[in-house]
Design a protein around this ligand. Sequence first.
Ligand code: SAM
Length: 246
Amino acid sequence: MAVFDDIGYEDFRQMAMDDSLSPHEKIGFPNAYRDAHEAAIFADIESKLANLARRSQNVLDIGPGCAGLPRLLMDACRLREHSLVLIDSPEMLAHLPDASGVIKLPGFYPDCNDALQPWIGRFNVIICYSVFQYIFVEASFWKFLDLSIQLLAPGGQMLIGDIPNVSKRKRFFASDAGVRFHQDFTQTSEVPHVDFRAVEKDKIDDAVILGVIMRARAQGCDAYWLPQGESLPMANRREDVLIIKP
Ligand SMILES: C[S@@+](CC[C@H](N)C(=O)[O-])C[C@H]1O[C@@H](n2cnc3c(N)ncnc32)[C@H](O)[C@@H]1O
């Protein structure tokens, strides 16, 4: 199974209901990409979101899926007495346990605007991990960004994490390290094809990430473009954006 890029919210709903799939496969990942890596991924997320280490914060996870990461987040939130709001399809949320302090809001973000009105200006942490690539294609990503900024409390932090960046991917696969990686992965001597002038329909590139950072800054937030920890499974082609409301 490859990492699925050309799927969306409705496909994830179907995958959530498919009992033949593992939790990782239900969220579009081969088991090998996540199985042994979730603790390191969560540690990387925690290292970027300092508010998670405080007590009694309001936390929002957009697109938590149903594998290990939301469970690690639920444990961390319980320990520090945070409130946790989870937004995903009802089928995906049904796989996560109910718990006190956890609110499940079924729906498609950012169209579930009404249910979020009571939370405007109240979230100390927003996590959107490995989801922005779907929102970029299926929703207005400016609406996604603008609503998220409105939802942040003063001092609030938002991590748009695990963004597949086609520009970064090209830089990597055009490098010697990228060629070696490709040859190890495919067990061939093939050189990966890289076209820096290709039209990349529905793909996120440097321009999109810079646009997100510039718009967040123009709307009063600090915003930073961050690498992933080197040990993370897709660190050579994915990266993160951290937005902080002063
Ligand atoms: C690749 S999975 C990532 C899951 C989790 N964040 C993780 O990294 O383990 C993408 C998740 O986002 C959800 N999703 C996709 N588009 C969404 C949207 N517009 N609103 C809410 N959830 C969405 C999918 O249902 C799926 O659970």
